[in-house]
Design a binder for this molecule. Structure first.
Ligand code: DGL
Length: 420
């Protein structure tokens, strides 16, 4: 498919070129509007307007603004204004909004950027050498970005004005991601490890938040939900499905493997075996949902590997809700601010396990590794936690390799998210 990029931005063209997209450039000559108090509406409307002012089909357009203190920073008019913008952004965090439009469809992405503390001499030097007047907010995270940007979260491409996610969703970039699903943010613990293990793979993560929590639902219902999630991931091109949830693995993975014999499935279950072999006291704690602890999978694993050890199992009510109340990007970045009541909830579950003599505690729900800092603080020297995320990530890598599905992308990976 030949694309027309309705933009004069060299950064956007550079991103499309790096993705191997066949495109030509046609600057969109239309007036940009700014809707006060509505950054999302602003970039959305501008992206659609830019796409509409270039004739033909398959016109891709985007609009980016910087948003801080209730104010929109677009492109500066001249170098003086660029210097002024940077003075205002200096030492502070702002949000970059980008709207992308294609054949009448629209998506808006946002990312957070923290700018270094910049003195007037640094601003002067930057503005005169980079001449950043074609960029909302007047900075660049490309060649000279490190002079200005202290840190950012989310995708580099979004901040540069063209997020990859909509491009994959709309078929502009071919993508066969590894698909993941969980009831919410839990499976991010596996996703994060997978990014580390296979940084060149596209991923698509489905957070099935409308059905969260899974933990207390019956196995039949979890199977129905898992079939639905699998269908969504496959429809979006997933080449393998990671059931990034202990509860759903227990209730559904065997059926899913039977029903989709050509799709590799990878699941997760409580790591009882390594915990039992690591334990010195022979008392092992397992925290998981009621669905996992009541399922056949777990009782088989326990029967096979835990004979001779004493297992203290707990449903850890409330842990899933704590994780779900946090921000997805904070979880991915490990920057969640935990509250006193989060700590108290963790103590209530962990203290009795320590009192029962557990020296190893298995995190049998994918939500729980996110709480590891709190659980470890509670355990101190008394117990170690066993988190299977890394082992699962390695297993995904092995399975896709064995099936000849490993990606060899000559482009940046696309990391997509969906929420039900
Ligand atoms: N994260 C899931 C698990 O590993 C399920 C949590 C829930 O929704 O109850 O079991």
């Amino acid at each position: 498919m030949k694309i027309t990029l309705a933009s004069a931005s060299p950064r956007r063209a550079k991103i499309l070129a790096s993705l191997g997209v066949d495109f030509e450039t046609r600057p969109a000559d239309c007036a940009e509007t700014s809707i006060p108090d509505d950054p999302e509406g602003t970039v959305g409307r501008n992206a659609l307007a830019k796409a509409a002012c270039v004739p033909g089909r398959n016109v891709l357009a985007a609009d980016t603004i910087v948003w801080m203190d209730g104010r929109i920073y677009g492109k500066p008019r001249d170098l003086d204004e660029a210097g002024k913008f940077l003075g205002e952004l200096s030492g502070r965090t702002h949000i970059v909004f980008t709207g992308v439009a294609f054949n009448g469809r629209l998506k808006v992405e946002k990312s957070r950027v923290t700018v270094r503390r910049l003195d007037p001499a640094a601003i002067e030097e930057y503005v005169s050498s980079v001449r950043p007047v074609d960029r909302a907010g007047a900075y660049d995270i490309d060649e000279s970005g490190s002079k200005i940007v202290e840190r950012y979260r989310g995708s580099y491409e979004n901040i540069m004005g063209l997020p990859l996610e909509p491009l994959a969703e709309w078929g502009i970039v071919d993508s066969r991601p590894v698909g993941f699903f969980d009831s919410g943010w839990g499976g991010l613990s596996i996703l994060k490890e997978f990014w580390r293990t296979c940084p060149g793979e596209d991923t698509l993560y489905l957070a099935d938040r409308k059905n969260c929590p899974y933990g207390n639902r019956g196995a039949d219902e979890i199977l129905r939900i898992s079939r639905e999630n699998t269908g969504i991931l496959l429809e979006r091109g997933a080449k393998a499905v990671v059931v990034a949830c202990n509860t759903a693995t227990a209730a559904a993975i065997e059926t899913l493997r039977r029903e989709y014999p050509s799709v590799p499935f990878i699941g997760v279950e409580p790591a009882v075996k390594p915990a039992v072999s690591d334990s010195k006291t022979g008392v092992v704690g397992v925290i998981a949902t009621a669905g996992t602890l009541g399922g056949g999978h777990y009782s088989r694993t326990k029967g096979r590997y835990a004979s001779g050890a004493k297992i203290v199992a707990s449903v850890a009510d409330g842990f899933v809700g704590i994780v779900e109340s946090k921000d997805r990007d904070d979880i991915l970045d490990g920057t969640v601010e935990w509250t006193a009541s989060d700590r108290a909830a963790v103590r209530e579950v962990i203290a009795p396990m320590l009192d029962a003599g557990c020296d190893t505690i298995v995190l049998g729900c994918t939500h729980f590794p996110h709480l590891a800092p709190l659980i470890e603080a509670e355990c101190g020297e008394r117990a170690k936690i066993v988190d299977p995320s890394r082992a699962v990530a390695l297993q995904i890598a092995r399975v896709i390799e064995k099936n000849g599905l490993s990606a060899d992308l000559a482009r940046p990976p696309v990391r997509m998210f969906m929420e039900s």
